[in-house]
Design a protein around this ligand. Structure first.
Ligand code: SAM
Ligand code: SF4
Length: 335
């Protein structure tokens, strides 16, 4: 049976799938994980072949953009074979874009290879240009390794967008430097507000929360920021920095609602499909994948899930309790 393109009950076409390929990571960023994380047993993870099957099912149903994320996607063993197999959809024209969000630690090894599989743009997370601060934020990260990874990405011809989480009292003195540095390197830059996801141990998100309106006000003191219409299909609002010529984006899930135009769903490494980043409702796709070799059951489960995609989310940083409003970690759903 030929199935229709995926359209949710609010008329939004589903064209973007983000896939967390692992919950593991070689960093322990303070806003993302606690230092002592318990990771999933291997049997619970979709195999790379199963991930390919689910992604390919979505491509057949109208998804045009796939983003691999994590955890750290590039630390999953043999992950290049997934890039290789998914690249067939780029060649066949079923997919417009295959991309990845990474902490950059493995780009020295893999940048050339992923470019060879048709990846054109990547997101690299980097919150500071100060090595000691980088260590304080990531706990386990190696700054020089990430810088080498970024060089390798440039050499491979990949377009890089830097993701920077704005953290009160941590990197708020560096925003101008980040803009200038991204300008010199030809990188776009997106600022992200801290979201209340997952228990991260001692600190609370309230301590870290910095509204991007304040980031923007600070940047306006030194840079000429011109709003542009550009959309990456996501929640970021973009400006062009006239002095550097690079785009700067602002992702403000807490203070603005971007749900009306939401075209995306998220798959975890265990095959759980989240229809909304901010809500708990989810659908199990692993059971139908494992129940039969054909994709009929999987397609039924996808249809049923998209039929439940909610209209919107309601994140709140609760000022009295500062509890996490969504219990899973960002590294589970992949941000
Ligand atoms: N490990 C990869 C990386 O760091 O780019 C991919 C996964 S990571 C979960 C994806 C993005 O989510 C990163 O840019 C990270 O900074 C961001 N992130 C993680 N926890 C967050 C939180 N609580 N609030 C806002 N952004 C968060
Ligand atoms: Fe790892 Fe990315 Fe989370 Fe940092 S933000 S701990 S690099 S998954």
């Amino acid at each position: 049976m030929e199935r229709q393109k995926l359209i949710d009950p609010f008329g939004r076409g589903i064209s973007y799938l983000r896939v967390s390929v692992t919950d593991r990571c070689d960093f322990r960023c303070v806003y993302c994980m606690s230092e002592e994380m318990t990771f999933l047993p291997r049997a619970e993870l979709l195999t790379l072949e199963e991930l390919d099957r689910v992604c390919s099912a979505f491509v057949r149903r109208g998804v045009r953009k796939l983003r691999l994320t994590g955890g750290e996607p590039l630390v999953r063993r043999d992950i290049m074979s997934l890039f290789a197999s998914l690249s067939r959809h780029l060649k066949a024209g079923g997919l417009d874009e295959l991309t990845v969000t990474t902490n950059g630690s493995q780009l020295g090894r893999f940048a050339g290879e992923i470019a060879g599989y048709g990846v054109r743009r990547i997101n690299v997370s980097l919150d500071t240009l100060m090595p000691e601060k980088f260590l304080a934020i990531t706990r386990w990260g190696k700054y020089d390794q990430v810088m080498k990874g970024l060089e390798a990405a440039k050499e491979a011809g990949l377009k890089v967008k830097i993701n920077c989480v704005a953290l009160k009292g941590v990197n708020d003195g560096e925003f101008h430097d980040l803009v200038a540095w991204c300008g010199e390197n030809g990188f776009d830059l997106t600022f992200i507000e801290v979201m209340p996801m997952g228990d991260i141990g001692g600190e609370t998100r309230l301590d870290q929360y910095l509204p991007l309106s304040m980031v923007r006000a600070e940047l306006n003191k030194r840079w000429t920021l011109e709003p542009i219409d550009y959309s990456s299909g996501g929640p970021a609002r973009y400006v062009i920095c006239r002095e550097t010529g690079q785009r700067i984006g602002f992702i403000t899930p807490m203070t603005h609602n971007f749900c009306e135009s939401c075209n995306r769903v998220r798959l975890t490494c265990t095959g759980t499909l989240y229809m909304c980043l901010g809500q708990e409702d989810a659908a199990d796709l692993r059971t139908p994948v494992r129940a039969s070799e054909g994709d009929e059951l999987l397609m039924d489960a996808i249809d049923e899930a998209i039929g439940r995609k909610p209209k919107g989310h309601d994140f709140v940083i609760d000022r009295r309790r500062s509890l996490s409003s969504v219990s899973r970690h960002m590294s589970t759903t992949g941000g």
